[in-house]
Design a binder for this molecule. Sequence first.
Ligand SMILES: NC(=O)c1ccc[n+]([C@@H]2O[C@H](COP(=O)([O-])OP(=O)(O)OC[C@H]3O[C@@H](n4cnc5c(N)ncnc54)[C@H](OP(=O)(O)O)[C@@H]3O)[C@@H](O)[C@H]2O)c1
Length: 369
Amino acid sequence: MAPTTQKALVIPAEKEPFKLVTDWPVPQPGPTDVLVKVVSAAINPVDAYVQAQGIPGLVPGYPTIPGFDGAGVVEEVGAEVTNVAKGDKVIVQGTFKLDNRNTTFQEYTVQPAKFVAKIPDNITFDQAATISLCLATVVNGIWGHEEDSTSARFTPPWEEGGTTKYAGQAALILGGGTNVGQFAIQCARMQGFYPIISTASPQNSALLLSLGATHVLDRTLAPDALRAALASIVPATAANPGPITYVYDAFGRGRDAQRLGYSVLAPGGAFVTVIPFDDSSLTDLVEESARKGEGKRVARARAGYTVSGNGALGVEIFKRLTGWLESGAIVPSRLEVVPGGLSGVAEGCKRMLTWDVGAKLVVRIDETP
Ligand SMILES: NC(=O)c1ccc[n+]([C@@H]2O[C@H](COP(=O)([O-])OP(=O)(O)OC[C@H]3O[C@@H](n4cnc5c(N)ncnc54)[C@H](OP(=O)(O)O)[C@@H]3O)[C@@H](O)[C@H]2O)c1
């Protein structure tokens, strides 16, 4: 039986420091929900900038509890739940809500049962906590098919043609060293894209090659040097002036990288970015391309499965995630455990904002003092 109150990490008001509270109410699951005792939770950049910058469009109100990745044990199931049972080990993904029920920087989180996946025996709780949000950022950007999805609308790998129709098409993953980028490489591999070229820091080359990249280019190369390196891997021809049909911009914060990615894209190809397009960085290129009738598509990745247009895909992903982890089709991120449980999150967030962590930062909830 779960207790009625718990430890939780709260941002009390906009831009205020994190505060550990010990008497936060434990949320109650509805008929289609599960209550999960969180064992491990991972820190994401969004936790850091929501605390540091506020982001009114994202935070529904205060106090707010962040935490968008977690893994734990099912404590209670709603009356209509059939896919998991009490005691199952599961992966969960947090969602901002005014009632703070769904986030993971607390001892207990409530999740819709359709958005949890069992953790297979080859994956630890810490590893399981590294997966969901960054994987969702990729799949929602490429496989969503609902009417209001902002995805590139590729055929997902479980549908006919989803692992064959992209074979031999070149993909470019910008910022493959990010956690999001690592899942973008794995998903491109699942679909048969070839070659899969990624930019990253050279120390990440071996990792990214193991995940499915065929070439890793130094992300600090100047745009002209990068363009030349790409041309040497996938030479443009008169018949095929833009041989790269898919670009995923996994860092999203580099104007030069975005412009390069969009400009090397083939007519009819898809450019997917993790950062919303406002979009001064690409306007002239997009307008010029439209004038030429190139039909290049720009898609936007939005991680939340509760975001309009993403829900149906979320169900499909959670149904398959256990199998993908068992088979190695998807592998967890490298991780570092930050000591102190929830009390370590503030320090972890400071490190995230350097964009130089090189691993997923994970906290173990039972280490919270
Ligand atoms: N739209 C959404 O819903 C959504 C959801 C999640 C994340 N995001 C965004 O996605 C991006 C990646 O998130 P993440 O959690 O994967 O980040 P992360 O792993 O914490 O990012 C750290 C990595 O960024 C790489 N990096 C640093 N500067 C870079 C640059 N100028 N160009 C390319 N790579 C650079 C570094 O890799 P190297 O060592 O290879 O340099 C570093 O290891 C962030 O901008 C985040 O805000 C968006």
